[in-house]
Design a protein around this ligand. Structure first.
Ligand SMILES: Cc1cc2nc3c(=O)[nH]c(=O)nc-3n(C[C@H](O)[C@H](O)[C@H](O)COP(=O)(O)OP(=O)(O)OC[C@H]3O[C@@H](n4cnc5c(N)ncnc54)[C@H](O)[C@@H]3O)c2cc1C
Length: 353
């Protein structure tokens, strides 16, 4: 239909009406992750990014899964952000878990039907797993880790572990697919009023979606730590431990400090490789990207691969007994001291949460 309207506009040789049509039909699909009946904040950051390219209100959010939590998440998506104009819900048992093969096929299906100009997701393990596969199915090249949208098809993304920024112009065909760094697109306009301006919710027709086409991956289990602490990717305060903590037991000191500060716990890859903490706590180039208001690093040397994941933090505090440790080059406040003196003293002097 879009193509037909465009050719009609061209026939009339009306350049202005043609550009009006083009801009009118820019539409964006945001692939959203949900948990506990709520859309994750990182996906709402992807909606913010979509708002930069899609000034008019034509942002659809795609949610998939099964069960009552999916419907709750759909209601949340419909009312939580003023830029969302439509919520698409794909409910099926094969979509219950975020298996990339199934989700990639789902995106292909939705794109073939609705023809979006942009498809976006947060640069989380969820988005990074699914979006490139969907891009391959749609025969386009994705742009990953976008930190700035300068023009509708001109993006800035970090390269060399965040040591340089690269400007990329997307010249491929639609859809332009990208993952965005949620720390670079803070959520500005969240609505807490569940009734206000609710976007319509529609079900995706999955009648042509067959299990045989979904590849060989199978969901086994979710291994994650049950914790009341905030999510590492969205926490306002992060306390991170490095190899200097020396053992898993000593990380418990850091956990106590995190409880007092209402913080998330992070770790370097060296601490993860040494088995002090699980992999999901790793911050850095091959871990999570964080940009909290306050980042406190204990016994972290400051290797570039670690800095790649935390250098955008608003205030960085480092405690290290080596005055020449590179972490001090990015720290706003540095303390050259033994962390085993500093941590107990902080725990003693800080009030309970
Ligand atoms: C491809 C690639 C990807 C990588 N990705 C990541 C990544 O995502 N994240 C990441 O973190 N790393 C990553 N790394 C590893 C990275 O290069 C470093 O090896 C790692 O970050 C070092 O961790 P660390 O600072 O804990 O350990 P170390 O470099 O060993 O530093 C320990 C620090 O603790 C200090 N210390 C020791 N005892 C005390 C004490 N009692 N009190 C105070 N200070 C003390 C020491 O002075 C030292 O500075 C990656 C490497 C590669 C090659």
């Amino acid at each position: 239909m879009v193509a037909a309207m465009m050719s009609r506009a061209l026939r009339n040789r009306s350049i202005s009406s043609f550009s009006a049509l083009v801009s009118r039909f820019i539409s964006t699909l945001v692939l959203a992750e949900h948990e506990g009946g709520l859309v994750k904040p990182s996906s709402l950051s992807a909606v913010e990014a979509a708002g930069v390219v899609c000034k008019e209100k034509s942002i659809s959010v795609l949610l998939a899964g099964s069960g009552p939590r999916l419907q709750e998440a759909a209601s949340h998506a419909a009312s939580c952000h003023p830029l969302i104009s439509q919520v698409l819900v794909a409910e099926a048992d094969i979509l219950k878990h975020p298996l990339a093969e199934a989700w990639a096929k789902l995106i292909q299906l939705v794109q073939q039907k609705d023809g979006y100009s942009y498809i976006m997701a947060a640069s989380s393990s969820f988005g990074k797993n699914i979006l490139p596969r969907a891009a391959a199915l749609l025969d386009v090249s994705p742009v990953t880790d976008v930190v700035e949208i300068s023009e509708p098809r001109l993006f800035v993304r970090p390269i060399y572990a965040g040591n340089a920024l690269c400007t990329v112009r997307y010249t491929g065909s639609d859809p332009c697919m990208m993952t965005i760094r949620s720390t670079s697109f803070p959520i500005s306009s969240i609505s807490n009023d569940s009734k206000a301006g609710a976007a319509p919710i529609s079900q995706v027709d999955l009648s042509t979606f067959s299990e045989e086409t979904l590849g060989k991956s199978r969901w086994l289990k979710l291994a994650s730590q049950d914790s009341e602490r905030p999510d590492l990717g969205n926490a306002h305060v992060v306390v991170t431990g490095g190899r200097g903590l020396k053992s898993a037991d000593n990380f418990k000191l850091l956990e106590k400090l995190a409880e007092k500060l209402g913080a998330a716990v992070g770790a370097t890859r060296a601490a993860v490789d040494a088995g002090f903490v699980p992999n999901e706590l790793q911050v850095g180039q091959t871990g999570k990207i964080v940009a909290p208001d306050l980042y406190i690093a204990f016994g972290v040397s400051g290797a570039i691969q670690h800095l790649a994941g935390m250098r955008d933090s608003k205030v960085i505090v480092a405690v290290n007994k080596d005055a020449d440790a590179p972490i001090f080059q990015v720290a706003d406040y540095g303390l050259v001291a033994d962390l085993f003196d500093v941590l107990p003293e902080m725990l003693e002097k800080l009030p309970e949460k």
